[in-house]
Design a binder for this molecule. Structure first.
Ligand code: FBP
Length: 277
């Protein structure tokens, strides 16, 4: 019998291949102005356009942007890198108990109209608003399916019952759940070392897992070592924001991250080559 695939699965496969390099992918996450606000942006790097240009010049595999920024900065990414449109979000201006909810900030159709290669949405597993976010996710995933658009889930365990969001069992629980609700690509917290992250990758049963960068480290070398561990753990790559745009030299750090995640250089070599030490 000839094996056939659905039209949608072909579209997803093609689009995922534009984001995921078999050698390892580096995606630049840049939704922080809304998620965190000005605290993430010291004075001299307030202009998103300047940051985005440097990172794209460094050759990242994709950028993950909000719909409005994807439109505004299309001249920077178009034809130069892949686009992931994140259509959920929150601000830190909200009362703290409501920061455990991400709201809808765009539609799958917005992402399609913008020419995106994937749509992204956050689920805070363990949040009091988990139910609402799962309803949003299900609608997003189902609509994305109609367009052959991969759905990336930011699977973030976060809520009153979660003591340590980076603990292996907690991350495993979130990732396994993301697989169970149909994520095509998963971005999640780093468990702190490669051995445990390999278990996270294994729990995803072949659905590609990417490490979420996390807060900026004082030592670029330390972060590059984490990227190497994540790569060795079998992850598809990393989605990094602050550790790139808060680096002293943004473009050099992005290039170093890319070289390490692709296994082209070890962390020290990459850091020396890019003048980060
Ligand atoms: P970072 O590499 O800066 O951690 O970016 C990844 C990301 O998921 C962003 O997309 C998002 O804005 C941020 O982290 C969320 O951070 P927090 O964990 O503080 O909500």
């Amino acid at each position: 019998m000839i094996e056939t695939s659905s039209y949608s699965s072909i579209g997803k496969k093609l689009r995922l291949s534009r984001i995921l390099d078999p050698q390892g992918s580096l995606v630049f996450a840049f939704d922080h102005w809304m998620e965190h606000g000005p605290t993430d942006f010291p004075d001299e790097r307030v202009d998103p356009r300047v940051i985005l240009k440097e990172v794209i010049d460094a050759g990242v595999d994709a950028v993950m942007l909000t719909p409005g920024d994807a439109r505004l900065f299309h001249d920077l990414w178009m034809g130069r890198t892949s686009l992931i449109v994140k259509i959920t979000g929150k601000t830190n201006m909200r009362p703290s108990d409501q920061r455990l909810l991400q709201s809808i900030t765009g539609t799958v159709e917005d992402a399609v109209r913008l020419g995106a290669d994937a749509v992204a949405a956050t689920v805070y597993w363990g949040s009091p608003y988990e139910d609402a976010m799962l309803k949003q996710w299900t609608l997003i995933r189902e609509t994305a399916e109609l367009y052959g658009l991969p759905a990336l889930q930011l699977a973030y365990p976060r809520g009153p019952a979660i003591k340590d969001r980076y603990a292996l069992n907690t991350v495993l629980y979130g990732v396994r759940s993301a697989v169970m609700v149909g994520a095509d690509l998963i971005k999640t917290y780093y468990t702190g070392e490669g051995e445990s992250f390999a278990k996270v990758v294994e729990a995803a049963s072949g659905i590609p897992v990417m490490m979420s960068g996390g807060p900026h480290r004082d030592s670029p070398l330390e972060f590059l070592r984490d990227l190497e561990a994540v790569r060795d753990a079998g992850a598809a790559g990393a989605v990094v924001g602050r550790n790139i745009f808060q680096a002293t030299n943004i473009e050099a750090m992005a290039r170093a991250c890319k070289a390490v995640i692709r296994g082209e250089m070890d962390p020290k070599e990459a850091a020396y080559t890019e003048g980060l030490l």
